[in-house]
Design a protein around this ligand. Structure first.
Ligand code: ADP
Ligand code: MG
Length: 290
């Protein structure tokens, strides 16, 4: 079971007091890595006895970790807290299957109150090094800093998508962010990497280039553009995955833009025998922005 579907199950097992404690941990993340009984009791406004009772449950469920310097929030604990928040706000009312596992995130299908499909992208940066931290139980190595990195990255992607919103129908529409999770509208399409036949590959490539150009004119370069981050359906193409995007005025912007365009041209040349000139396209993108 992946950590997030485990989270879906656990939400139903937890009570109000458990969530109150999780809330204290989540809202203290930035300032305190470890909390002790006295602080928890103050923040949650509950007796130390009650706090101990809930902590015992949270430790047993694998949401909180106990060490000799205090208690700390684990990733599943934050997952659960986020799920509960989204569900309280009716942003999602049901959690569906995992539909994608990328380099940096786990992606789930969910439903909202109106039964509309929603996408949850839970950031999991540094997954393998985190597993090592867990394995060695070296909690002081900074689980919180790992969580904070994922929260920051989710925020970066959410902010960029919000900024790009409305400039093209080819970028995901962001709906909400909670800690390390972004909620987006669902896109229906196949990954470009999985597509064997395209009716009009020249047109698909043209749409991709047009959208690189739209983002560039708005000031951003995706920075991780490849056939895995593009979805295609009969009408449109979609460019996903923006947390590593760079501003067009940074020093290495030209290198990043060239790499993105090169990746796509190489893919279209190899798979669909469509040839385009790299420099011509880069010049066109830059001309459009000037
Ligand atoms: N808005 C969305 N609608 C439909 N599928 C999505 C959406 N966002 C992501 N996905 C799916 O999840 C996969 C991973 O998402 P992505 O944003 O690329 O994260 P990662 O950083 O992990 O690569 C995508 O390849 C795609 O299949
Ligand atoms: Mg990706």
């Amino acid at each position: 079971m992946s950590s997030f579907s485990k989270a879906g199950h656990l939400v139903s097992l937890l009570n109000k007091g458990d969530f109150k404690i999780l809330m204290v941990f989540a809202s203290s993340l930035k300032n305190r890595q470890f909390l002790n009984l006295t602080t928890l009791s103050q923040y949650a406004n509950l007796s130390q006895g009650l706090i101990e009772h809930h902590l015992e449950r949270l430790v047993k469920f694998g949401l909180i970790s106990k060490s000799n310097i205090g208690y700390t929030l684990l990733v599943t604990g934050l997952d659960i807290y986020v799920l509960k928040t989204l569900s309280n706000k009716n942003i999602i009312t049901a959690l569906g299957p995992q539909i994608g596992i990328g380099k940096e995130a786990e992606v789930y299908l969910a439903h909202d109150l109106l039964n509309q499909d929603r996408i949850l992208k839970m950031f999991r940066l540094g997954r393998s090094s985190f597993k090592q931290i867990k394995r060695t139980r070296d909690v002081s190595a900074g689980i919180n800093s790992w969580l904070l990195l994922n929260i920051e990255t989710a925020k970066k992607e959410y902010d960029i998508l919000t900024y790009l919103r409305g400039s093209s129908s080819s970028f995901p529409t962001p709906l909400y962010r909670s800690f390390h999770c972004i909620v987006m509208e669902a896109i229906y399409g196949d990954r470009l990497s999985d597509i064997e036949i395209l009716n009009d590959p020249e047109l698909v490539l043209e749409k991709i280039i047009n959208n690189i150009s739209i983002a560039y004119c708005k000031g951003y370069i995706n920075g991780d553009l490849n056939e895995y981050n593009i979805l295609v359906n009969e009408d449109n193409i979609f460019i996903l995955d923006w947390p590593q995007a760079v501003r067009v005025d940074t020093v290495n912007a030209d290198i990043v833009l060239t790499r993105d365009v090169k990746n796509i041209l190489k893919f279209f040349s190899k798979k669909f025998n469509v040839e385009e000139d790299l420099h011509k396209i880069i010049n066109k993108i830059k001309r459009n922005a000037s």
